[in-house]
Ligand binder design. Structure first.
Ligand SMILES: Cc1ncc(COP(=O)(O)O)c(C=O)c1O
Length: 367
């Protein structure tokens, strides 16, 4: 059956059986598909977005006003906004140049500094798998463990990525997945929180469904949220699981092709797995322009735009965002330098190998 065939079958079932609500057979089956996909005995709560998943992980970790939460600076704002929803303060940590994710040395420096200044440890660490690339787990997780700080692994962009054979999203106390329209698989909009066990999933679902206490009437003793995934959207997700592996292979094939063609051109570096254990899904293929070129990365972006090719600057680091200007930060210049030289290139399932050659040719003509 075609991709749309599976999706339409499950969505039709939702209508035919009148499960047009934020629970039902598609939600249960999608969660169980995700649990099999991820392995490691994890339990998955399907939610309305990846942002909701970040938020509920912080609720479950009891992050409160006055707390501090360490967050990778080089990421999309959704990794961090829920820290502020909880009335807590983000503390930004810069990246290392190999994976573009959290720098372990700076992480430890940040923990020690905040402890000495505030007398308290940060309540959690939001670690991101940027553009699908796994972070340096083997250096970061022991630091988090040493200080007893739980890790929320924001794998919103890393569905299907692996580190030493294990899926991203399963390394932290919690893992975040996103199924937004632009992600590796989509439910149109949606996300999931990867939980360590059934009891934690049950608690997360309690908060995701308005924190209703088990009474015959509506009794509330906690503040809840309306964050459950629709059974209709979960039907799309079930359909997408049939093609997930193929989508991942497609992005990885494009990464190899971009890399080969750009290495022939010279001066443009494709961001690749730094060593063998890293296995990125290459959600977005990203490049860095050599600083020796007279033209700037924005000139290239505009040249691509003129011929109808959409590319995007890398995420602007959160410590540079006006909305977070007062947040504490631990910097080494890496994310700012990457932001000034990098670009995300078309990588989705509709991008053909011919498209990649065309895009590299545009670079050739501009450079
Ligand atoms: C790193 C990162 N975290 C969180 C999110 C939030 O996911 P969603 O758009 O499903 O809320 C996204 C994507 O949008 C993301 O790229």
């Amino acid at each position: 059956m075609s991709e749309e065939g599976w999706e339409q079958k499950y969505v039709k079932e939702a209508f035919d059986t009148n499960w047009v609500v934020p629970l039902g057979p598609n939600v249960d089956a999608f969660e169980s598909d995700l649990e099999s996909f991820l392995g490691e005995g994890k339990r998955v709560a399907a939610l309305s977005s990846g942002t909701a998943a970040v938020h509920l992980s912080l609720v479950a970790l009891d992050v409160k006003p006055g707390d501090e939460v360490i967050c990778q600076s080089f990421t999309f704002a959704a990794s961090c906004n829920p820290i502020v929803y909880q009335g807590a303060t983000p503390v930004f940590v810069d990246s290392e140049p190999d994976t573009w994710n959290m720098d372990p040395n700076l992480l430890e420096e940040a923990i020690k500094d905040r402890l000495s200044r505030t007398g308290r440890l940060p309540k959690a660490i939001v670690l991101v798998c940027l553009y699908g690339m796994p972070p340096k787990y083997e250096e970061i997780l022991p630091i988090a463990q040493r200080y007893g700080i739980p890790v929320v692994e924001d794998a919103a962009e890393a569905f299907g990525s692996k580190y030493k054979g294990r899926r991203c999203g399963t390394f932290g106390q919690f893992g975040v997945l996103s199924f937004n329209g632009n992600k590796m698989i989509t439910t149109s909009g949606g996300g999931a929180l990867v939980c360590p066990d059934e009891e934690t999933k049950r608690r997360v679902l309690f908060y995701a469904t308005q924190a209703r206490e088990p009474f015959p009437y509506y009794q509330h003793e906690k503040i809840g949220y309306n964050y459950r995934l629709s059974n209709v959207c979960a039907g799309i997700g079930r359909g997408q699981m049939h093609v997930a592996e193929e989508h991942i292979r497609h992005h990885q094939r494009l990464a190899s092709l971009y890399s080969r063609l750009f290495s022939e051109l010279g001066g443009v570096e494709v961001h690749l797995n730094p060593t063998d254990g890293f296995d990125s899904n290459y959600w977005l293929n990203t490049i860095l322009l050599d600083t020796s070129f007279r033209c700037k990365i924005e000139d290239v972006r505009q040249a691509l735009e003129r011929v109808g090719v959409e590319s995007r600057p890398l995420w602007k680091p959160l410590h540079l965002q006006p909305v977070f200007e007062t947040a504490p930060r631990f910097l080494n210049g890496v994310s700012e330098a990457l932001f000034g030289r990098g670009l995300c290139l078309p990588s989705g399932p509709c991008v053909s190998e011919e498209d990649v050659r065309y895009i590299v040719d545009i670079f050739k003509s501009v450079l």
